[in-house]
Design a protein around this ligand. Structure first.
Ligand SMILES: [Zn+2]
Length: 266
């Protein structure tokens, strides 16, 4: 896959687990560390692995033409059980310890054949959104979805061993504090004129497309989790690609009131 090209930069670390944005963030952060040493603490203090705010410049032109898009196919899954769709996770709110054990997950593929695990209702609504957008000539694809706390711990351990605790503190999300643990958070990428757009800066530049996507989110139970200008409340920079499923009713309430999830959950 084109997205895995960059993993070679930091060999011996399996970055396949990360989304392309996250991989680039890690690679870029690591390169910065090597190049500018102590200055990186100042320059890159906002570059956490989870923040997905970093982009890897070299990957800008990695996207390949996509000639044919196959529909998503559910390839395996388990039974639906009760899910707390209002589970609240951010940099200061930890995922409840018993959440994952009760989380139903299905395994799905995006149009490029990449597999993801996702909560079933979240996926069902994502697919509805994707279909509606497709009819409008806009193609969205899954880029990063569920990430287990256990895997996050492994990543933190691997990186601590390789790069030290300071590095991990700066660039790797603390296990338990990522919304991607919930199975209800979706990072998308775009396909524009047959090319994958997944670079953070390029995504943010697609203002016209996101202006068509974002107003539809609530109808399918999603909110834009990290809106523009709310960094001080959410703890994250603007991420037009990160959608959080909360259910239609809640999504409308949050959206109509112009709130972030942080404000709504107070
Ligand atoms: Zn995300």
């Amino acid at each position: 896959m084109t997205r895995q090209v960059n993993t070679i930069v930091i060999a011996n670390i399996n970055l396949c687990f990360f989304s392309s944005k996250e991989r680039r963030g890690i690679v870029k952060a690591f390169k910065k560390k090597l190049l500018i040493g102590a200055l990186s603490a100042m320059v890159c203090c906002s570059f956490t692995y989870e923040a997905e705010a970093a982009s890897y410049q070299g990957a800008t032109n990695q996207a390949k033409d996509i000639t044919k898009q196959d529909d998503f196919k559910t390839i395996s899954g388990n039974k639906h059980t009760a899910v707390d769709y209002l589970v609240f996770v951010n940099k200061t709110h930890k995922l409840p310890d018993d959440y994952e054990a009760k989380l139903p997950l299905i395994t799905v593929k995006n149009s490029f054949g990449r597999e993801f695990q996702i909560e079933p209702e979240t996926y069902r609504h994502f697919e509805q959104l994707r279909t509606v957008l497709k009819q409008k000539g806009i193609q969205i694809e899954l880029d990063s979805v569920y990430r287990s706390v256990a895997r996050q711990k492994e990543i933190a351990a691997e990186f601590t061993q390789k790069y030290g605790a300071d590095y991990v503190k700066k660039y790797v999300a603390v296990p338990g504090y990522s919304e991607h643990h919930t199975g209800l958070a979706v990072d998308i990428c775009l396909v524009v004129d047959g090319k994958i757009i997944d670079d953070n800066d390029e995504m943010i530049a697609q203002k016209e497309i996101f202006a068509q996507i974002h107003p539809l989110l609530t109808e399918y139970g999603f909110i834009l989790r990290y809106p523009q200008g709310k960094d001080n409340i959410t703890g994250y920079s603007y991420e037009p690609w990160h959608f959080r499923y909360v259910g239609k009713e809640t999504a409308k309430k949050i959206n109509d009131a112009g709130l972030t999830m942080e404000e709504y959950m107070k």
